[in-house]
Write a protein that binds this ligand. Structure first.
Ligand SMILES: O=C(O)CCC(=O)C(=O)O
Ligand SMILES: [Fe+2]
Length: 271
């Protein structure tokens, strides 16, 4: 049933290069209103980390209904596969007329696995720039920093605020650097975050019909510019990650990893 909502290889390549995908106005208005009310009234049920996602929210929970939408199920399946685990959620609130933002950070990075968790950012109401949104840094997800190691930074070239209409969902790799923004409006800003863990090997879980699309090497080579010449390191990181995702340890873009893997063993024999 979710087949037609699975992500494409091109979308997956964008996730690999940027560390996030964005789906504007995905959730219907009525459900946004119900989810917003649940957050305002503090009615979103919490569970222990490691609970199967399916068991977290009952059928009448609006937040549960958001994450059961076939479009959202398609995103979940493509990235973490069937039967993911609920890690935690948070209702992130920025009060009205709040002129300070959060410091740059990454959430709960305590290892360097190739396997990855995803974090959904769900915006149930319109979130214009003056209300903040969540600022992310595209392409930062392979720089595994410990929480607030990056707090000294203020602004980055290419930083990207999630300003959006109600019903917009972002999904990010767990390594993504991000921070809440000031809210200069007189309304409270809510953002619902949900982190999920995979229970299966994350390989070809999406719609792979376009796996050989000629645009993929270009997508994987995208330059976000904030890292200067280190884009080369990022391209190598992405090739390794793409190999992991497609299950092909020979995949390369140009001659990047093949060059590094050229380790001649042969010793010339004396003539
Ligand atoms: O409130 C936000 O926009 C960001 C919150 C945050 O840092 C998080 O979801 O981990
Ligand atoms: Fe965070």
């Amino acid at each position: 049933m979710i087949d037609k909502y699975l992500l494409t290889s091109k979308q997956m390549a964008n996730f690999v290069a940027d560390g996030f995908l964005r789906f504007d106005e995905l959730v219907p208005a009525e459900l946004n209103r119900a989810a917003h009310a649940e957050m305002e009234e503090g009615r979103v049920q919490r569970q222990s980390g490691g609970t199967p996602l399916d068991e977290v929210w009952s059928a009448d929970s609006a937040i549960g209904q958001v994450f059961r939408l076939p479009e959202v199920q398609g995103i979940i399946h493509s990235l973490v596969g069937p039967n993911p685990l609920y890690d935690h959620h948070a209702v992130h609130i920025v009060g009205p007329n709040n002129s300070s933002g959060q410091i740059w950070h990454a959430d709960a990075i305590i290892d360097l696995r190739m396997h990855f968790d995803i974090q959904f950012f769900y915006f149930s109401h319109d979130t214009p720039r003056e209300m903040g949104g969540t600022m992310i840094l595209p392409g930062s997800h392979f720089r595994r920093v410990c929480e607030t190691d990056i707090a000294r930074y203020q602004n980055f070239l290419g930083q990207f605020p999630f300003n959006c209409k109600a019903g917009t969902i972002g999904v990010v790799h767990h390594g993504m650097w991000h921070c809440a923004q000031p809210n200069l409006t007189d309304r409270t800003r809510y953002m619902f975050k949900l982190r999920l863990n995979p229970t299966v090997r994350q390989m070809c879980l999406w719609n792979t019909d376009d796996i050989n699309d000629s645009s993929i090497p270009g997508i994987l080579s995208r330059n976000h510019k904030w890292y200067g010449n280190d884009v080369r390191l990022e391209i190598v990181n992405r090739i390794k990650f793409w190999r992991f995702l497609i299950g092909d340890d020979k995949f390369d873009v140009g001659y990047w990893l093949s060059r590094l893997e050229n380790l001649p063993q042969d010793v010339l024999e004396a003539a």
